[in-house]
Design a protein around this ligand. Structure first.
Ligand SMILES: *Cc1c(COP(=O)(O)O)cnc(C)c1O
Length: 401
């Protein structure tokens, strides 16, 4: 029997570890860029499951591929081969121009594996070459190593001791990185575009200069594209946009359109650092997740698909800039590229209220770090759908201006 919202809230409160500050709706189903709650209310979804539902909800080819694979073989262990996994890995290798892929189940696991293989690779050069440098304000996940990599101290409070060997620099500050690097640096790990930290893009050839420093010190360059990859920037990999190639790139969120998956992709030289038994996973890259990933990997890299991300993204960014001009006391800056866009508020005072008010008016958006309205919608949105959300935002912002 279908429960009421109040019953579900009560069951959750009594039964679930209270780590999520949830919005008070119970979602039931979706189609395209829209979702419906338990009471049949429709919402336009400009969060897309936090950059996950890149093809929207209930995308028929994805639903069919998952259903077909589930009817054949959901899981079989990595002790055996499956065509779905081999195909997905081959596609990632081809798209990235790197050498080998490995599948896990989440972003944190992808980054954990990337850090681990980077350390292993560096260890063979010099056992003391273990330093991992990441950026302040970054987000890399919530396992112990990845939350240590995450340059936001509040995530690390009270759970130490943390793994050693991590240092932090300010994103876009090349001098600071230069002063911290040495031949003991195993890897520099950066989000190509910072997402969770407030949507910051690289400036002034920053990533090219980071690449040069890594080459100088024979350190590996790891790009975390868990949020910015899979077409979100307008290129399949965001690093293509900045003309820089990493040694390792990590993916997750959008990679299987909503089915849990994560991946790291490495050069052949780095891949050789792992021998049989050095790494593994029970679920990672199972045929169900890979069947879903194969649909995404056949769809998102197409020129017309990426072109839509680029053009709708520019249109959306212009509309946000117009809102900033209209409400200068509320919006300080509009940032981002493609369909990873942020509007920084002048203060954190109304961040959550604005998101709640939009929800009440039928639009799902997000606010990160308390004061950056973040837009990471499905990549299939149209200009009309942008207009729909911008109209809601306009109405809501008027209230606080
Ligand atoms: C979401 C995210 C992660 C963590 O992914 P999980 O699947 O939640 O473990 C890591 N890095 C970036 C950039 C992310 O956006």
């Amino acid at each position: 029997m279908k429960q009421t919202d109040q019953e579900i809230f009560a069951t959750d409160k009594a039964s679930y570890v209270p780590v999520f500050n949830r919005y008070k709706i119970v979602l039931d189903h979706g189609e395209g860029v829209y979702v419906w709650d338990n009471n049949g209310r429709k919402y336009i979804d400009f969060l897309g499951g936090i950059a996950v539902n890149v093809l929207g909800h209930a995308y028929k080819p994805l639903v069919d591929a998952v259903a077909e694979q589930a009817g054949k073989l959901i899981h079989c262990s990595n002790l055996y081969y499956t065509q779905a996994q081999a195909d997905a890995a081959a596609k990632l290798v081809k798209l990235s121009g790197l050498g080998k892929a490995f599948f896990g189940n989440s972003g944190a696991e992808a980054n954990e594996g990337a850090i681990k293989i980077a350390r292993k690779y560096a260890h063979a050069i010099d056992p003391e070459k273990s330093q991992i440098i990441t950026a302040w304000n970054s987000f890399h996940g919530r396992t112990l190593a990845t939350l240590t990599a995450t340059g936001q101290p509040h995530y690390q409070e009270g759970v130490g001791p943390l793994p050693a060997g991590f240092d932090y620099v300010h994103y876009n500050d090349i001098e600071e990185l230069e002063s911290l690097m040495s031949d003991k640096t195993a890897a520099v790990m950066l989000e190509t575009i910072q997402g969770e930290g407030g949507v910051y893009t690289p400036e002034n050839d920053y990533l090219k200069k980071v690449r040069a420093l890594c080459d100088k010190h024979h350190a590996l360059l790891i790009f975390d594209e868990i949020q910015a990859g899979i077409g979100r920037s307008g290129k399949f990999f965001a690093y293509e946009k900045y003309g820089v190639k990493p040694d390792i790139v990590t993916l997750a969120k959008g990679l299987a359109g909503g089915v849990p998956i994560g991946a790291f992709i490495v050069t052949d030289e780095v891949a050789a650092a792992f021998k049989p038994g050095d790494h593994g996973t029970t679920f990672g890259g199972n045929p169900l997740a890979c069947a879903a990933a194969n649909v995404v990997l056949d769809t998102v890299p197409q020129a017309e698909f990426l072109h839509n991300v680029e053009t709708v993204g520019l249109y959306f960014k212009d509309k946000l800039a117009a809102l900033k001009d209209k409400y200068p006391t509320l919006i300080k800056e509009v940032r981002g590229t493609g369909l990873i866009l942020g509007a920084e508020l002048t203060s954190a005072e109304h961040g959550r209220d604005i998101v709640n008010d939009c929800l009440e008016k039928g639009a799902i958006i997000n606010c990160t770090v308390g004061k950056v309205l973040r837009f990471i919608p499905p990549l299939i949105i149209t200009q009309e759908q942008v207009d729909e959300v911008v109209a809601v935002l306009d109405e809501v912002l008027r209230k606080y201006a």
